[in-house]
Design a protein around this ligand. Structure first.
Ligand SMILES: C[S@@+](CC[C@H](N)C(=O)[O-])C[C@H]1O[C@@H](n2cnc3c(N)ncnc32)[C@H](O)[C@@H]1O
Length: 383
């Protein structure tokens, strides 16, 4: 990757702190600090490309000071573009989408059939009611993405977790209070792409370094590690990191080179930038709102430009990709597409952006049905 930029713009960004409440931070709580084994601080490189300013604590008294820095001015040509790109999955391993409709989706996760709210499903279900009524678990509650609610088990009470497998990685499905089940299967398309790149590099004797930001239960980190990458996984939630470590054990990848880091994602990447560390693939899957372990506020619309700017600095000279996914935001994929292209100005390559969709596959997992849009994505690749 060519780096044509010179020095950061002199003006700081608008205030990165916010007292807006987090609905999507998942299980993150402000109380915890970091998970072992977090490596010791290395001294900052003298030639670190950007100055980082610690902002005074001026917002919510419990929040940690928000670090920020000016954006780098980018010059050179915009990367080529490919739009719109619809990355479609029809399931993999133990997962497929059975049916959707009437504001709901019916999914197969291993032995369980699960019904969850799905605001995009404006149409009527294909399958008859009696099929839906036989679901193992139904989430009832807030219809907002990430809203709180509770699980109902129509046939028999189920435990909190159950075994699942995807792309050769074993992990636990989980009934969480935020309607999620411990995995976001629409991400399979990104994980397949990443796995292929890691394996190709491995075949040529190169071990890729993967950074997984907002990594949740670690399925992407495990897929990368199983394919032969060195992985750094960052999440603000101690609980999620605990789940990810359980998944690591389930996948028999205890010896794989994965650093589990419980920290605010922005804080972590700014420190990595100061240290001069680099990664070959960066996945970033930020929520709309979130909080770091010390109350650091993440607000996608305020902080994404800086996050991508720092991620660019973290890309290695022969980086393989920078992948962004954005959920439940009121924006077109063009918003993140043009931001990605501006951020990657002068780096060559191509930015492809669009939507991640899951295709209904019926009860048998093979009957092609309607496409369900799940999120926006933008991906820079070197060619
Ligand atoms: C949408 S999930 C990510 C899903 C994951 N990429 C996957 O595909 O499995 C959002 C995650 O972001 C984490 N999070 C929220 N705010 C954060 C912050 N400021 N820094 C780091 N992680 C944060 C939450 O704990 C949660 O695990």
């Amino acid at each position: 990757m060519k780096n044509k930029e010179r020095r950061p713009l002199s003006k700081g960004r608008p205030d990165a702190g916010s007292s807006r409440p987090s609905r999507t931070a998942g299980p993150a709580k402000p109380a915890h600090r970091s998970e072992a084994p977090v490596r010791k601080e290395a001294p900052a490189r003298k030639d670190a490309p950007a100055r980082v300013q610690a902002k005074p604590q001026q917002q919510a008294s419990q929040a940690a000071p928000v670090e920020t820095r000016p954006l780098w001015p980018r010059s050179g040509d915009l990367p080529a573009e490919r739009v719109p790109v619809i990355l479609e999955s029809s399931g993999a391993g133990d997962f497929h989408l059975i049916d959707t409709g009437r504001g709901l989706k019916l999914e197969q996760y291993g032995d369980y059939r699960i019904v969850r709210p799905e605001a995009q499903a404006l149409w009527q279900p294909t399958l008859p009611d009696h099929v839906w009524e036989k679901a193992s678990a139904v989430f009832t509650g807030d219809t907002d993405e990430d809203g709180m609610g509770r699980w109902r088990f129509p046939a028999e009470a189920l435990g909190e977790t159950w075994p699942l497998s995807l792309l050769g990685v074993d992990f636990l499905g989980r009934f969480t209070a935020f309607r999620h089940v411990g995995v976001f299967p629409e991400q399979i398309v990104h994980w397949e792409w990443m796995k292929a790149r890691v394996e190709e590099a491995k075949a040529q004797g190169r071990t890729l370094k993967v950074l997984n930001l907002f990594g949740y239960t670690g399925v992407a980190s495990l897929v990368a590690a199983a394919a032969g990458a060195e992985v750094t996984h960052v999440d603000a939630s101690k609980k999620a990191i605990g789940w990810a470590r359980e998944n690591q054990a389930m996948s028999r990848l205890e010896k794989a080179p994965i650093r589990w880091i419980c920290e605010d994602a922005m804080k972590f990447i700014l420190r990595e930038e100061r240290r001069g560390n680099h990664y070959d693939i960066i996945l970033t899957d930020p929520p709309k709102f979130g909080r770091g372990p010390n109350g650091e506020v993440w607000h996608l619309f305020d902080h994404l430009p800086l996050m991508l700017d720092v991620c660019r600095q973290l890309l290695s000279p022969n980086a393989v990709g920078l992948v962004l996914t954005a959920y439940s935001i009121r924006a077109s994929f063009y918003s993140i597409h043009e931001l990605m292209r501006e951020t990657m100005r002068g780096a060559g390559g191509v930015v492809e952006s669009g939507e991640l969709v899951i295709r209904e596959a019926g009860l048998d997992g093979k009957t092609r049905g309607r496409a369900l849009s799940t999120s926006l994505f933008s991906r820079w690749v070197p060619a």
